[in-house]
Design a protein around this ligand. Sequence first.
Ligand code: BEZ
Length: 209
Amino acid sequence: MSLHIGDIAPDFTVDSQVGEISFHEWAGDSWVFFFSHPADFTPVCTTEMGRTAQLAGEFEKRNTKPLGLSTDTADEHRKWIADVNDTQNTDLQFPIVADADLEISKLYDMIHPDESETAAVRSVFIIGPNKKIRLTMTYPMSVGRNFDEILRVIDALQLSDAKRIATPADWKPGKEVIIPPSISDDEARPLFPQGWTTLRPYLRTVKID
Ligand code: BEZ
């Protein structure tokens, strides 16, 4: 199934190393960082799981729950997590979906046959509290993800929701943002009383707190 930004993230009930999860109920009012991995006991995946666990506080600050997926069983996940904690010096607490039968991987289009017929690629879904998909990214098996970028896009999405702005290339928190063309100057005045810079009528930048 091909999923697009704005689609409702499909619900599912599945086993994990911390017990059964009903996805929408588990997500509650939080954002979700749902990310897939080819297999347990593999090196790149081990570093990614470790990094996510190390960043638990950063995800919590953003009201975002990490949810992993790997195409192995919950028992294998438990054994692998002991290795992740040991080698990556962390304490992994978030659930990892046990998707040995590939049901969820297929539901979320995480099987890319040229990479593997039997294991998920490195997909990312950022899902909002209303369960809508807000961002997708797909990495091949050989490339580990950049977790600074994961946190950055969550920040950008949450800021764009709160302030009706867009973010420019390479934006980082604290940098200038963009007033989207859908907001006229008249509409922008009360939203951005601090004023803005007009480089072109369609390119207006503004500093926000
Ligand atoms: C890894 O996590 O290291 C990995 C998994 C599958 C294929 C290639 C690398």
